[in-house]
Design a protein around this ligand. Structure first.
Ligand code: SF4
Ligand code: SF4
Ligand code: SF4
Length: 336
């Protein structure tokens, strides 16, 4: 039995904030497989020039008035994060409730190395795991793996803020709107709303070099393996934007690290990576194995939901009460 936000509030009022979970939570879990129609992104760090067009277009595509990414003066124009009415702003350095897509840069040079040392960009957002830990951890199916596309979507109306998803995600992706009185979990939903209207991911549409490439996951997997078999120094016609749209750009083939990240990691992901620098150096947690993560977390999640749920919900309530008190104090001060 699934419960929604309203059911939960009724339930918690009667029982003292004990988290209600699916009655069959400890039953055996059904493993998810990659759908033949699954869509995703191949990010080739060797093609990325760090222009941040992907970040800008992500904000533009996902910034709705009233939403976390929206800033009325500059929505969708620059990837800065704004703070309150004073309009202090800065380029984001981490994913947040206001930033779903982030470009970071790595430069590595040991003292013994000569020349420039290694350099690479890396693009961070939800990996749309084939069998997502966030989905299996969510007690009310607010996070769902969509049949067909395999996109991991979020339904604010179901979520009651336990934040199991944040704990469960091995990649640290789901963010939370701490500052809002009615907060949501925030993460990339692969531009599901655009795909539903015949479009595709805004970050890939804006990418001028083909570094972020949209398509069917099976096609992207083939493309990634093909690139690893190319000879460094040769030229290759790299597909740009959408693998099915036929647009290409001729580039010299770099030395790739001989690995497609996401083919196997965490049981496989629909967002995959190629790079010229070891993935460990690009911020990928080396402790992430090829194990399907819900298999690791399932026992834990199914045995201690009441305790964690009570703590997290109590934390949220404390936060809300504190926010209201802060607001009341401010209102009182300004009224003096
Ligand atoms: S990366 Fe994290 S948030 Fe995204 S689907 Fe996988 S487990 Fe869920
Ligand atoms: S797929 Fe859409 S939401 Fe996800 S990072 Fe790209 S632009 Fe942002
Ligand atoms: S738009 Fe493409 S090239 Fe520019 S930063 Fe994003 S992924 Fe890199």
């Amino acid at each position: 039995m699934a419960i929604n936000r309203r059911d939960f509030l009724k339930f918690s009022a009667g029982t003292g904030l004990v988290l209600a979970t699916d009655a069959k939570v400890s039953a055996a879990r059904e493993k998810k497989e990659l759908s033949p129609d699954a869509v995703g992104i191949l990010y080739d760090a060797t093609l990325c020039i760090g222009c941040m067009s992907c970040m800008v277009n992500c904000k533009k595509a996902n910034a709705e008035p009233g939403g976390a990414l929206y800033h009325k003066e500059t929505a969708g124009q620059i990837p800065y994060e704004y703070e309150g009415e004073e309009q202090k702003y800065d380029a984001p350095t981490s994913l947040s409730d206001k930033t779903l897509c982030l470009i970071k840069a790595y430069r590595g040079k040991s003292e013994k190395e000569e020349g420039e040392g290694e350099f690479s960009f890396i693009k961070q957002h939800c990996l749309h795991c084939v069998d997502p830990a966030c989905v299996s951890a969510c007690p009310v199916q607010a996070l769902k793996k969509q049949p067909g596309t395999g996109i991991v979507t979020y339904d604010k109306n179901r979520c009651f803020g336990c934040r199991y998803c944040q704990v469960a995600c091995p990649f640290g992706i789901p963010m939370y709107e701490w500052e809002k009185s009615s907060p949501s979990v925030v993460k990339c939903q692969l531009c599901n709303h655009r795909i539903a209207q015949g479009g595709y991911s805004a970050c890939c549409e804006a990418c001028p070099t083909g570094a972020s490439l949209f398509g069917k996951v099976t096609d992207l997997q083939e493309e990634a393996k093909r690139r690893l078999n190319l000879k460094a120094g040769d030229t290759y016609a790299y597909p740009v934007n959408h693998i099915e749209h036929g647009k290409t750009t001729e580039q010299v083939v770099p030395e790739y690290v001989d690995h497609v990240y996401g083919l196997e990691e965490a049981g496989g992901t629909q967002y995959m990576f190629l790079a010229g620098v070891d993935f460990d150096k690009l911020g990928f947690n080396p402790k992430i194995t090829n194990q399907v993560y819900p298999d690791l977390t399932w026992e834990y999640v199914s045995h201690v939901p009441q305790l964690i749920g009570t703590l997290l919900v109590a934390g949220t309530v404390t936060r809300l009460v504190t926010q209201r008190m802060e607001k009341k104090n401010k209102d009182n001060e300004s009224g003096e």
